[in-house]
Design a protein around this ligand. Structure first.
Ligand code: NAP
Length: 244
C-alpha cells in the first residue's frame, strides 16, 4: 500500500517540485491548488508521465469547510494520509503603516489558519494509525523578520511556533511535525522582484544564488523519510546561508 501525501499549493513552484519529488519517492500524491487549473493540470501530467498515482484537489485552504471536504474525498479514495505538506502561500510587500486589517488577516488566513484547518482535518486519520508526518513550509523571514513584510514574517513565525508546539503534542501518537524554512527561491513568488533585486539577494547569499524549488523539495523528502525518524519540532533551513 503506497503512502499518500497531500501537498497544498502544488500547482506551481515549490509545491510542484515537492509533488514530483514525493512521487519519485513512491508516494501517491494529492495535488491541492486554489485556482490555477492550467498549472495544476500541467503538474498532474508530469506526474502521470512519471507513472505516479494521485489526484487533483481544488480547494482554497483558507476555507475550513473546503479543507474538510478535500480531506474527506482523499479518505474515501485512499483511506489514509501519511504525509501533509502545508506549502500554499502568498507573499506581499507593503510598508507596515500602509497595511490594512484585511491584508493582515489574509496573510494569517493563508499561512496560519490554513495550517490549523489542514492539520485539524488530517490528524485524526494519522492518530488512528499512530503514524504520520507533517512538514510546514515556513520562510527565513519567519526566523529573522523582513522589513516591508511584517505580516508575512509574523505569519511564518507563527507557523514555526505551531510546528514546535504540535510536535510536542502529537509525538506520543507517533506523528512527526517539522518545518522547512527556505531562503529566496526562484518561483512565481519572486516574479515581482527586478533583476537588480534578484542579483542583490543572490549577492548577499553566501552560496551566491537563489535556491531552486527542487532544493526545497529535497529537504521535505528527507524530513518525510525514515532517515528523519528521530527528528521532530525542527526547522531545516535551505537558504544558501543567507540566514545563519
Ligand atoms: P508560488 O510559486 O507563488 O505558488 C504558490 C502556490 O500556493 C500555488 O500552487 C497556489 O495555487 C497556492 N495557493 C496560494 N493560495 C492558496 C490558497 N488559498 N489555497 C490553496 N492554494 C493556494 O509560491 P512558492 O514560491 O512556490 O511558495 C510556496 C511556499 O513557500 C509558500 O508558503 C511561500 O511562502 C514559501 N516560501 C517561498 C519562498 C520563495 O522565495 N519562493 C521563500 C520562502 C518561503 P494557484 O496556482 O491555484 O494559485
Amino acid at each position: 500500500m503506497a503512502s499518500v501525501a497531500l501537498i497544498t499549493g502544488a500547482s506551481r513552484g515549490i509545491g510542484r517540485a515537492v509533488a514530483l519529488r514525493l512521487a519519485r519517492d513512491g508516494y501517491t500524491v494529492v495535488l491541492n491548488y486554489r485556482r490555477n487549473e492550467r498549472a495544476a493540470q500541467d503538474t498532474a501530467q508530469i506526474l502521470q508521465a512519471l507513472g505516479a498515482d494521485g489526484m487533483l484537489c481544488c480547494a482554497d485552504v483558507t476555507d475550513e469547510s473546503a479543507v474538510r471536504r478535500m480531506v474527506k474525498t482523499i479518505e474515501e479514495q485512499y483511506g489514509h494520509i501519511d504525509l501533509l505538506v502545508n506549502n500554499a502561500g502568498v507573499a506581499e510587500q507593503a510598508l507596515f503603516t500602509d497595511l490594512t486589517a484585511s491584508q493582515w488577516r489574509a496573510m494569517m488566513d493563508v499561512h496560519v489558519n490554513a495550517a490549523f484547518y489542514t492539520c485539524s482535518a488530517v490528524l485524526p486519520l494519522m492518530i488512528r494509525r499512530k503514524s504520520g508526518c507533517i512538514v510546514n513550509i515556513a520562510s527565513m523571514w519567519g526566523q529573522v523578520g523582513a522589513s516591508c513584510e511584517v505580516h508575512y514574517s509574523t505569519a511564518k513565525a507563527a507557523l514555526i511556533g505551531l510546528t514546535k508546539a504540535l510536535a510536542k503534542e502529537v509525538g506520543p501518537s507517533g506523528i512527526r511535525v517539522n518545518c522547512v524554512s527556505p531562503g529566496a527561491v526562484d518561483t512565481d513568488m519572486m516574479a515581482g522582484f527586478s533583476d537588480a533585486d534578484r542579483e542583490a539577494i543572490a549577492g548577499e547569499t553566501p552560496l551566491g544564488r537563489l535556491g531552486k524549488p527542487e532544493e526545497i523539495a529535497s529537504a521535505v523528502s528527507f524530513l518525510a523519510s525514515s532517515d528523519a525518524s528521530f527528528i521532530t519540532g525542527q526547522v531545516i533551513a535551505p537558504n544558501g546561508g543567507l540566514v545563519i
